[in-house]
Design a protein around this ligand. Structure first.
Ligand code: ZN
Length: 159
């Protein structure tokens, strides 16, 4: 069976950046399972997986446009320390998760200058070309229930 819309595919992956550094990997963990066509993984990778089947091993490089987008300098802003919870320690390089209109957003502190805090809300992988080494382990039809829930059901308890 080949990967197409409405199937559940499970794969192992090793994700590296342009410098060959490993950013993430499913090694030693459960493979990643997703419903194809549901927008659960980055679009560039989803496109490359079309037509692949169990046992396929391959490497793909996804440009930023198909991954987390290009860096946007407008997402670097200086805000006041008062915007953070009182007593919050603030140091260069710290990262926070914050709720925004588009869901969870990662905020990185670039600089602390007295009351002025310079933050970057670009995705940490924005602007990166991402290379995936993929091994497809399983491809099966998604169940009706999975399609209506919009997520994969595993052997464990329902989340
Ligand atoms: Zn469910």
């Amino acid at each position: 069976m080949q990967i197409s819309d409405g199937v559940v595919a499970s794969f192992h992956y090793i994700l590296t950046n342009d410098k060959g550094e490993i950013l993430d990997s499913s090694e030693g963990e459960d493979p990643l399972s997703y419903i194809h066509g549901a927008g659960m993984i980055i679009p560039g990778l989803e496109m490359e997986l079309v037509g692949k089947s169990t046992g396929d091993k391959f490497r793909v490089s996804i440009p930023p446009e198909g991954a987390y987008g290009n860096r946007d300098e407008r997402l670097i802003q200086t805000i006041s320390r008062e915007e953070f919870p009182p007593g919050q320690e603030l140091e260069q390089g710290m990262q926070f998760q914050a709720k925004s209109e588009d869901g969870l957003q990662l905020i990185t502190i670039l600089e602390v200058n007295g009351e002025d805090i310079t933050i970057d809300t670009n995705h940490p992988l924005a602007g990166e070309q991402l290379t995936f080494d993929i091994e497809i382990l399983k491809v099966r039809e998604a169940t009706k229930e999975e399609m209506s829930h919009g997520h994969v059901h595993g052997s464990e308890d329902h989340p």
